[in-house]
Unconditional design. Sequence first.
Length: 314
Amino acid sequence: MTTVHNRRDFLKTSALAAAGLGLMPNLKGPRVGDDPLFQISLAEWSVNRALFTGKMDPLDFARFSKENGIDAVEYVNQFFKDKAKDQAYLREMKTRADGEGVRSVLIMCDGEGAIGHPDEKERVQAVENHKKWVEAAQFLGCHAIRVNGFVSPEWGTPPGDYDAELNQVADGLRRLCEFADPHGISVIIENHGGNSSNGQWLAGVMKKADHPRAGTLPDFGNFRISRDRTYDSYQGVAELMPYAKGVSVKPHVWDNEGNQSDLDYDRMMKIVLDAGFRGYCGIEHGREGTEAEDIQAVRQALEATRERMQASYQ
């Protein structure tokens, strides 16, 4: 599709889209009504292999989600990396989602630099790199973008100085939130390795950033700080939920001893709901060759948990 470079028209259209959805600052993410307790969304990463190999077109993801019983999606910028400012492409993406009755929840952003880089110039540049995704998220009707709380653009960087990295990430996060605020978009950090997978540290980033648009995306299965160091998933989610504007559901969790086990859905969702969260819980799971089956299994487990817990949270 042809890229259109009329930035003024793009932002005007984005503002109208946001206004139409009534997007306002919301600590707990987008409300989905009093019934059911929470809604279920699908993260695009669940089908990353099909997307990377070209077996699935990113524009067809909303349809795939709907076919698997899920009417909300979480995009990943890696699959349309050069389309952030392509209004024609984004309009087609939005049109297809709307046509399926699927809501666009957020965009997960990777590869745009480290918002906590120790060099202030690099940090500011990373913030600048993410701005186009804020605008794209607004256009699509999302409520947030997900960024990484990293101090290096290299994935898998071991955790460094606790306080220094906390201050650097909080600085970059606040800068980006100040840009995102008038666009009606929140900026949320997922526990994604390094210090960000330490629940106490990431909660500290939120306190330091101190902005209503700053939040977390607790990922049940991502509490692996480094190759030989893990963090208890239940503890970590409990620490991050006061700032959560989304939840990422994986069917496996960690303890502090490096052991992985199956998710206790009732235990974890009680932590989520007791924090007052009533937003979207995004499934991010799919083994190669059984993606649809795996997604449906997690969806059904979440639905069963929601049904069991419904009466307790009336």
